[in-house]
Design a protein around this ligand. Structure first.
Ligand code: GCU
Length: 660
């Protein structure tokens, strides 16, 4: 068997339902399946295929095809309603799934299977669901040679040695996993588009990409690519990429024609421009509206979209220059451009103003550009959250952003201010997809939250655990108790109170308090013998706090009001500063690191208690990672505590061991 054929079913494990009464209650309602007519590679064909593969495994039933309008069994019906939505209802002799389109029927089929796999009873089944957000996207940072930027789970699922891989069983499984949680868009290649990947939009690669698109299409997933803003120059066809040069506009129009001819439902491009040495409109003295609109105009005739990233900042800063603040950059570059972008541009904004740290305030751009479409970008790949060697359940972090009141009023949350959500993907070709088996929960959780941002992380954790490991409540609760709180645990033994960045440069794993302190990336914490933190107030700091709407700006500006978990993001405070909890700042740093490391150690014991319930290979693999986490968390604790003890000279009030 090719190693690429040996992979985990993840949350589509469809483990047999052990409870006989429950199994029979479902089985008699599902033996006959009636569907409307469908084409060979349609979402409905995929729905039928999934039901026929899953139901025998879950319930031990063989599914027979019914004819005409069925009064018994499982019937899938095309009726009215919103695109992608579905309703699912249980009757004494059957289950009825209704949707407006085939995709709704596919999503409803997956929801039915999830419901069964979670060990729920048919009688309670009465769902009507529609995705809250139209765009639910995964962005892979994959390169044509098969490497994955910030990838912690093996090589690319799509590329190898300069080639696009054929759509084999692994990619079908990938597409099923996506569709099962409602993800409907995927960008295949790294936002850092280098010369080889620039060629993805040429006839050299388009036929192969069209094959992938065909597979994804049948699961309701649209294909996107990251584009190089300087492509006309890189491909040697023009001597400029100036967005206002008519030859450049004509070049992109022709390029769009070629791409859409190969892939008629191609989604569009993700663009990282003028960021970390990538080319962009600034080279030609143009702004980002001019840059984005160039591409948007070219793709508009085909219904294409441009995801224009706002991760634009000066990455060649001088640490001696205290007037420049990287946190300000996205807002400073983009806010004034509101109203100038074409309707098919979406500004893709990272959750926080810096770069996917364990904790950052929400980006002030959200909700601040009423005439511009926006998309939230999250990072599922755990670059700064333990690199899939530490357990860190990110839906809890994501939820804190999705629920954040970027505007006033009951509908002012971030989730309602955006047209979609993208996450940097955490999957690769490792047999378990994500390196750490439990990191699959982040992938699953992203899809679920993008479908419905109102879901609670606890419910997501339990659903995922039941679907992946079977619905034994003891196992599900034990897993949920490991996942929930793991983000805060990670945060508590790494960099304190929103300060971030105390990681080893480049690879970003493990502690290095001054690793970025005298570097050019604009990522400083300014710890000295008296205190730590970045003064971003309007009154005496960089003014970043003033980029928020007035109520929030007032909150962040005042250290007495600022949320404690972000206090060092906004303020430089003396070690003796009394936090609202009644603990001095320095003591809170020590406490958090001691407690975080001991919570990480406790994860090992929690997992060991599950040994009898988890398949041996997964049990050992996860145990190994948790043991590494325990050890690395202790290192974080000791390095950070010693660092602050040496800076401040203040001893731990509780007399615990801090190395000198
Ligand atoms: C981070 C990450 C880079 C990535 C960049 C981006 O800085 O370390 O690898 O390219 O984000 O989002 O563009």
């Amino acid at each position: 068997m090719d190693s690429n054929d040996d992979f985990s079913p993840a949350w589509l494990a469809y483990k047999p339902i052990a409870n006989r009464t429950l199994r029979e209650a479902w089985a008699h309602r599902l033996e006959v399946l009636t569907l409307p007519p469908f084409g060979l590679y349609s979402p409905l064909a995929r729905a039928e295929q999934e039901l026929k593969e899953a139901l025998p495994s879950l319930l031990g039933v063989e599914v027979k095809r019914g004819r005409g309008i069925a009064s018994k069994g499982l019937s899938l019906e095309l009726t009215g309603g919103a695109p992608e939505s579905f309703s699912l209802r249980c009757f004494p002799d059957g289950i009825r799934l209704k949707a407006a389109d085939e995709l709704g029927l596919l999503y409803g089929s997956f929801r039915l299977l999830a419901w069964i796999a979670q060990g729920r009873e048919p009688e309670g089944l009465d769902l009507a669901e529609a995705p809250r957000l139209g765009l639910r996207m995964l962005d892979h940072w994959d390169n044509l040679d098969g490497s994955v930027e910030r990838g912690y789970a093996g090589k690319s699922l799509f590329f190898r040695d300069g080639r696009v891989l054929p759509p084999g069983s692994r990619l079908r499984a990938y597409a099923r996993l996506l569709a099962s949680v409602g993800i409907n868009a995927v960008a295949l290649n790294n936002v850092n588009v280098r010369d080889p990947e620039t060629r993805l939009i040429t006839p050299l690669y388009l036929p192969r990409l069209a094959k992938l698109a065909e597979l994804f299409r049948s699961y309701g997933i649209r294909l996107y690519l990251s584009a190089n803003f300087a492509a006309p120059v890189t491909l040697g066809e023009l001597d400029t990429a100036d967005p206002l040069d008519p030859r450049v506009a004509a070049w992109w129009e022709e390029r769009a024609r070629i791409v859409w001819e190969a892939i008629p439902d191609f989604g569009g491009f993700v663009v990282k421009a003028d960021s970390e040495h990538r080319p962009g409109p600034f080279t030609y003295g143009r702004d980002h509206a001019e840059g984005a609109n160039l591409l948007a105009k070219a793709v508009a005739p085909y219904g294409g979209t441009i995801f224009w990233r706002c991760f634009v900042y000066n990455c060649l800063q001088d640490w001696r220059d205290r007037s420049t603040d990287r946190a300000r950059a996205a807002y400073d570059h983009f806010h004034g451009l509101d109203g100038r972008f074409l309707p098919n541009v979406r500004l893709q904004i990272k959750n926080g103003p810096m770069d996917f740290q364990p904790r950052e305030p929400v980006s002030p751009l959200f909700g601040s550009m009423p005439s511009t479409g926006q998309v939230l970008e999250l990072q599922a790949t755990q670059e700064y959250t333990g690199q899939q060697r530490h357990l860190c359940f990110l839906p809890e972090q994501w939820k804190s952003y999705l629920d954040f009141p970027v505007a006033t009023g009951p509908d002012g949350d971030l989730a309602r201010s955006v047209q979609g959500i993208a996450a940097v993907a955490n999957a690769g070709d490792d047999p378990n997809w994500t390196g750490h088996d439990l990191a699959q929960a982040n992938w699953y959780g992203f899809g679920r939250l993008a479908w419905n941002p109102e879901l609670q992380p606890g419910d997501i954790a339990r659903e995922w655990a039941a679907q992946t490991f079977g619905p034994d409540p003891k196992v599900v609760e034990a897993l949920a108790s490991m996942l929930l709180g793991s983000w805060e645990t990670y945060e508590s033994y790494t960099a304190p109170l929103g300060v971030g960045w105390m990681v080893n440069p480049n690879h970003h794993y493990g502690p290095s308090p001054d690793g970025y302190e005298y570097d050019r990336w604009g990522t400083y914490h300014f710890a000295d013998r008296d205190g730590v933190g970045v003064d971003r107030t309007r009154s005496k700091g960089t003014g970043f706090a003033a980029q928020y709407r007035p109520e929030l700006a007032a909150l962040f500006e005042d250290p007495a009001l600022c949320p404690q978990e972000l206090i060092l993001f906004f303020h430089h405070l003396p070690y003796g500063w009394m936090l609202r909890s009644g603990t001095p700042l320095i003591q809170s740093i020590y406490d958090s690191h001691f407690e975080g490391a001991s919570r990480a150690a406790a994860l090992v014991e929690k997992w060991k208690a599950l040994e009898a319930s988890i398949e041996g290979k997964i049990y050992s693999a996860v145990l190994k990672r948790l043991e590494e986490q325990k050890e690395n968390a202790a290192l974080w604790r000791d390095v950070i505590n010693t660092y602050f003890f040496r800076k401040s000279g203040v001893a731990d009030a509780r007399g615990r061991l801090i190395h000198r």
